[in-house]
Design a protein around this ligand. Structure first.
Ligand code: GUN
Length: 281
Protein backbone atom coordinates (compact mmCIF):
# COMPACT_ATOMS: atom_id res chain seq x y z
CA UNK A 1 0.00 0.00 0.00
CA UNK A 2 1.20 3.50 -0.74
CA UNK A 3 -0.04 6.23 1.58
CA UNK A 4 -2.24 9.05 0.37
CA UNK A 5 -0.60 12.45 0.63
CA UNK A 6 -2.11 15.19 2.77
CA UNK A 7 -1.38 18.20 0.58
CA UNK A 8 -0.51 21.10 2.87
CA UNK A 9 0.01 23.50 -0.03
CA UNK A 10 -3.49 22.92 -1.38
CA UNK A 11 -5.16 23.09 2.05
CA UNK A 12 -3.21 26.24 2.92
CA UNK A 13 -4.29 27.86 -0.36
CA UNK A 14 -7.94 27.10 0.44
CA UNK A 15 -7.44 28.41 4.00
CA UNK A 16 -5.84 31.65 2.75
CA UNK A 17 -8.66 32.16 0.24
CA UNK A 18 -11.22 31.70 3.01
CA UNK A 19 -9.34 34.19 5.22
CA UNK A 20 -9.20 36.70 2.35
CA UNK A 21 -12.99 36.44 1.92
CA UNK A 22 -13.60 36.97 5.63
CA UNK A 23 -11.14 39.89 5.68
CA UNK A 24 -13.17 41.58 2.94
CA UNK A 25 -16.35 41.06 4.97
CA UNK A 26 -14.72 42.65 8.02
CA UNK A 27 -13.39 45.52 5.94
CA UNK A 28 -16.94 46.17 4.74
CA UNK A 29 -17.77 46.74 8.41
CA UNK A 30 -14.84 49.16 8.74
CA UNK A 31 -12.39 46.79 10.44
CA UNK A 32 -9.08 45.87 8.80
CA UNK A 33 -7.37 43.06 10.70
CA UNK A 34 -3.88 44.19 11.67
CA UNK A 35 -0.82 42.06 12.46
CA UNK A 36 2.37 43.44 14.01
CA UNK A 37 5.49 41.30 13.62
CA UNK A 38 8.51 42.18 15.73
CA UNK A 39 11.96 40.98 14.73
CA UNK A 40 14.91 41.62 17.04
CA UNK A 41 18.35 40.99 15.56
CA UNK A 42 19.54 39.48 12.29
CA UNK A 43 18.96 35.72 12.62
CA UNK A 44 18.83 34.60 8.95
CA UNK A 45 16.09 31.98 9.40
CA UNK A 46 13.96 34.45 11.37
CA UNK A 47 14.32 37.03 8.59
CA UNK A 48 12.92 34.53 6.09
CA UNK A 49 10.04 33.51 8.38
CA UNK A 50 9.14 37.12 9.08
CA UNK A 51 9.20 38.03 5.39
CA UNK A 52 6.80 35.16 4.67
CA UNK A 53 4.46 36.25 7.45
CA UNK A 54 4.29 39.81 6.16
CA UNK A 55 3.81 38.69 2.53
CA UNK A 56 1.06 36.20 3.48
CA UNK A 57 -0.71 38.90 5.51
CA UNK A 58 -0.61 41.45 2.72
CA UNK A 59 -1.88 38.96 0.16
CA UNK A 60 -4.82 38.11 2.42
CA UNK A 61 -5.69 41.82 2.71
CA UNK A 62 -4.52 42.28 6.27
CA UNK A 63 -2.81 45.39 7.54
CA UNK A 64 0.67 44.26 8.38
CA UNK A 65 3.42 46.07 10.25
CA UNK A 66 6.96 44.78 10.51
CA UNK A 67 9.12 46.23 13.27
CA UNK A 68 12.82 45.51 13.00
CA UNK A 69 15.07 46.21 15.94
CA UNK A 70 18.82 45.78 16.41
CA UNK A 71 20.04 42.79 18.43
CA UNK A 72 21.15 45.25 21.10
CA UNK A 73 17.57 46.43 21.81
CA UNK A 74 17.15 46.62 25.60
CA UNK A 75 14.42 44.35 26.97
CA UNK A 76 12.64 47.33 28.53
CA UNK A 77 12.31 48.96 25.12
CA UNK A 78 10.88 45.80 23.60
CA UNK A 79 8.37 45.59 26.46
CA UNK A 80 7.46 49.24 25.85
CA UNK A 81 6.83 48.52 22.15
CA UNK A 82 4.60 45.57 23.05
CA UNK A 83 2.69 47.76 25.50
CA UNK A 84 2.11 50.34 22.75
CA UNK A 85 0.91 47.65 20.31
CA UNK A 86 -1.36 46.15 22.98
CA UNK A 87 -3.09 49.55 23.12
CA UNK A 88 -3.12 50.18 19.36
CA UNK A 89 -6.66 49.62 18.02
CA UNK A 90 -5.34 49.06 14.46
CA UNK A 91 -3.38 46.02 15.63
CA UNK A 92 -5.27 42.81 16.42
CA UNK A 93 -2.36 40.37 16.49
CA UNK A 94 1.18 40.70 17.84
CA UNK A 95 3.94 38.25 17.03
CA UNK A 96 7.45 38.47 18.45
CA UNK A 97 9.70 36.29 16.34
CA UNK A 98 11.73 33.77 18.32
CA UNK A 99 14.53 33.21 19.18
CA UNK A 100 15.26 36.51 20.90
CA UNK A 101 18.80 37.68 21.72
CA UNK A 102 20.15 36.10 24.89
CA UNK A 103 19.96 39.26 27.01
CA UNK A 104 16.17 39.29 26.61
CA UNK A 105 13.93 37.07 28.76
CA UNK A 106 11.65 35.45 26.15
CA UNK A 107 9.12 34.28 28.72
CA UNK A 108 8.71 37.81 30.08
CA UNK A 109 8.27 39.18 26.55
CA UNK A 110 5.66 36.57 25.58
CA UNK A 111 3.72 37.26 28.80
CA UNK A 112 3.68 40.97 27.96
CA UNK A 113 1.57 40.38 24.85
CA UNK A 114 -2.14 40.84 25.53
CA UNK A 115 -3.79 37.38 25.39
CA UNK A 116 -6.44 38.98 23.15
CA UNK A 117 -3.68 39.69 20.59
CA UNK A 118 -1.62 36.55 21.17
CA UNK A 119 -1.96 35.12 17.64
CA UNK A 120 1.08 32.84 18.17
CA UNK A 121 -0.74 31.23 21.12
CA UNK A 122 2.43 31.24 23.23
CA UNK A 123 1.11 33.19 26.26
CA UNK A 124 0.51 31.12 29.40
CA UNK A 125 -3.11 32.29 29.30
CA UNK A 126 -3.43 30.84 25.78
CA UNK A 127 -1.81 27.57 26.90
CA UNK A 128 -4.17 27.42 29.89
CA UNK A 129 -7.20 28.14 27.71
CA UNK A 130 -6.22 25.30 25.36
CA UNK A 131 -5.70 22.93 28.26
CA UNK A 132 -9.06 23.76 29.85
CA UNK A 133 -11.09 23.98 26.64
CA UNK A 134 -11.74 27.70 26.84
CA UNK A 135 -11.64 30.14 23.94
CA UNK A 136 -8.16 31.37 23.13
CA UNK A 137 -5.55 31.27 20.42
CA UNK A 138 -3.97 27.95 19.50
CA UNK A 139 -0.32 27.75 18.41
CA UNK A 140 -0.23 27.75 14.62
CA UNK A 141 1.74 24.56 13.95
CA UNK A 142 -0.37 22.09 15.96
CA UNK A 143 -3.52 23.96 14.91
CA UNK A 144 -2.49 23.44 11.27
CA UNK A 145 -1.90 19.73 11.98
CA UNK A 146 -5.45 19.46 13.36
CA UNK A 147 -6.80 21.10 10.19
CA UNK A 148 -4.89 18.56 8.10
CA UNK A 149 -6.48 15.68 10.04
CA UNK A 150 -9.87 17.35 9.65
CA UNK A 151 -9.29 17.75 5.90
CA UNK A 152 -9.15 13.96 5.41
CA UNK A 153 -12.24 13.47 7.58
CA UNK A 154 -10.24 11.57 10.17
CA UNK A 155 -12.22 10.64 13.30
CA UNK A 156 -9.87 10.92 16.28
CA UNK A 157 -12.28 9.71 18.93
CA UNK A 158 -10.90 6.58 20.60
CA UNK A 159 -7.81 6.48 18.37
CA UNK A 160 -4.30 6.25 19.77
CA UNK A 161 -2.24 9.31 18.86
CA UNK A 162 1.47 9.37 19.60
CA UNK A 163 3.17 12.76 19.68
CA UNK A 164 6.97 12.67 19.47
CA UNK A 165 8.30 15.87 21.01
CA UNK A 166 7.29 17.88 24.06
CA UNK A 167 7.99 21.51 23.14
CA UNK A 168 5.69 24.26 24.36
CA UNK A 169 5.18 25.35 20.75
CA UNK A 170 4.29 22.01 19.15
CA UNK A 171 4.37 18.79 21.21
CA UNK A 172 2.46 19.84 24.31
CA UNK A 173 -0.29 21.87 22.58
CA UNK A 174 -0.59 19.14 19.91
CA UNK A 175 -1.28 16.58 22.63
CA UNK A 176 -3.95 18.84 24.16
CA UNK A 177 -5.70 19.35 20.81
CA UNK A 178 -5.74 15.61 20.10
CA UNK A 179 -7.03 14.94 23.62
CA UNK A 180 -9.80 17.51 23.13
CA UNK A 181 -10.93 15.37 20.17
CA UNK A 182 -11.07 12.31 22.49
CA UNK A 183 -7.97 10.56 21.16
CA UNK A 184 -5.89 8.52 23.58
CA UNK A 185 -2.66 10.47 23.59
CA UNK A 186 0.90 9.41 24.36
CA UNK A 187 3.70 11.99 24.44
CA UNK A 188 7.13 10.54 23.66
CA UNK A 189 10.37 12.49 23.94
CA UNK A 190 14.14 12.22 24.15
CA UNK A 191 14.02 10.19 27.39
CA UNK A 192 11.43 7.70 26.11
CA UNK A 193 12.63 4.10 26.15
CA UNK A 194 11.70 2.03 23.09
CA UNK A 195 9.97 4.73 21.04
CA UNK A 196 9.05 2.13 18.40
CA UNK A 197 6.96 0.18 20.93
CA UNK A 198 4.71 3.25 21.22
CA UNK A 199 4.63 4.32 17.59
CA UNK A 200 3.78 0.77 16.41
CA UNK A 201 0.56 1.00 18.41
CA UNK A 202 -0.33 4.43 17.04
CA UNK A 203 -3.20 5.20 14.68
CA UNK A 204 -1.75 8.72 14.34
CA UNK A 205 1.87 9.78 14.77
CA UNK A 206 2.89 13.44 14.98
CA UNK A 207 6.68 13.74 14.67
CA UNK A 208 7.94 17.04 16.07
CA UNK A 209 11.53 16.49 17.08
CA UNK A 210 13.67 18.36 14.57
CA UNK A 211 15.83 15.35 13.65
CA UNK A 212 15.90 13.27 10.45
CA UNK A 213 14.63 9.68 10.38
CA UNK A 214 13.14 9.74 13.87
CA UNK A 215 10.30 7.66 12.42
CA UNK A 216 11.23 4.77 10.12
CA UNK A 217 8.99 2.28 8.32
CA UNK A 218 9.48 -0.52 10.88
CA UNK A 219 8.04 1.81 13.56
CA UNK A 220 4.72 2.42 11.80
CA UNK A 221 1.46 0.46 12.01
CA UNK A 222 0.09 -0.27 8.52
CA UNK A 223 -2.50 2.35 7.56
CA UNK A 224 -1.49 4.90 10.23
CA UNK A 225 -1.73 8.65 9.67
CA UNK A 226 1.68 10.31 9.79
CA UNK A 227 2.04 14.06 10.39
CA UNK A 228 5.61 15.31 9.94
CA UNK A 229 6.37 18.63 11.65
CA UNK A 230 10.15 18.38 11.14
CA UNK A 231 12.14 20.86 9.06
CA UNK A 232 15.63 19.50 8.55
CA UNK A 233 18.24 19.32 5.81
CA UNK A 234 19.51 16.02 4.42
CA UNK A 235 23.10 15.35 3.30
CA UNK A 236 22.40 16.98 -0.08
CA UNK A 237 21.05 20.07 1.68
CA UNK A 238 17.47 19.31 0.67
CA UNK A 239 14.62 20.11 3.07
CA UNK A 240 13.32 17.00 4.84
CA UNK A 241 11.18 16.18 7.84
CA UNK A 242 11.57 13.90 10.87
CA UNK A 243 10.05 10.95 8.99
CA UNK A 244 11.83 8.59 6.57
CA UNK A 245 9.26 9.63 3.99
CA UNK A 246 9.95 7.27 1.05
CA UNK A 247 9.94 4.13 3.24
CA UNK A 248 7.14 5.19 5.60
CA UNK A 249 4.79 6.09 2.75
CA UNK A 250 4.79 2.40 1.75
CA UNK A 251 3.34 1.47 5.16
CA UNK A 252 1.20 4.43 6.24
CA UNK A 253 -2.34 5.21 5.16
CA UNK A 254 -1.86 8.97 5.02
CA UNK A 255 1.27 11.08 5.24
CA UNK A 256 2.25 14.75 5.06
CA UNK A 257 5.19 15.62 2.80
CA UNK A 258 8.08 17.95 3.65
CA UNK A 259 8.15 20.46 2.08
CA UNK A 260 4.50 21.12 1.24
CA UNK A 261 2.89 19.72 4.38
CA UNK A 262 2.76 21.24 7.83
CA UNK A 263 4.88 24.30 6.92
CA UNK A 264 2.36 26.07 4.66
CA UNK A 265 -0.44 25.24 7.11
CA UNK A 266 1.49 26.85 9.99
CA UNK A 267 1.72 30.04 7.93
CA UNK A 268 -1.96 29.92 7.03
CA UNK A 269 -3.09 29.43 10.63
CA UNK A 270 -1.38 32.68 11.66
CA UNK A 271 -3.70 34.46 9.24
CA UNK A 272 -6.69 32.59 10.69
CA UNK A 273 -5.72 33.57 14.23
CA UNK A 274 -5.20 37.23 13.25
CA UNK A 275 -8.53 37.34 11.43
CA UNK A 276 -10.26 35.80 14.45
CA UNK A 277 -8.56 38.28 16.80
CA UNK A 278 -10.07 41.07 14.69
CA UNK A 279 -13.47 39.36 14.52
CA UNK A 280 -13.52 39.05 18.33
CA UNK A 281 -12.40 42.67 18.88
N1 GUN B 1 10.29 31.01 15.51
C1 GUN B 1 10.15 29.84 14.85
N2 GUN B 1 8.85 29.55 14.71
C2 GUN B 1 8.16 30.55 15.28
C3 GUN B 1 6.77 30.82 15.44
O1 GUN B 1 5.89 30.06 15.03
N3 GUN B 1 6.47 31.97 16.09
C4 GUN B 1 7.42 32.81 16.55
N4 GUN B 1 7.02 33.90 17.17
N5 GUN B 1 8.70 32.60 16.42
C5 GUN B 1 9.06 31.47 15.79
Amino acid sequence: MTAQLIDGNALAARTRADVARRVQALKARGITPGLAVILVGEDPASQVYVRHKVKDSEEAGLHSVLERHPATLPEAELLARIDALNKDPAIHGILVQLPLPRHIDSARVLEAISPAKDVDGFHVASAGALMTGQPGFWPCTPYGCMKMLESIGYELRGKHAVVIGRSNIVGKPMAMMLLAKSATVTICHSATHDLAAFTRQADVVVAAVGKRNVLTADMVKPGAVIIDVGMNRNDEGKLCGDVDFEAVREVAGWITPVPGGVGPMTRAMLLVNTLEAAERS
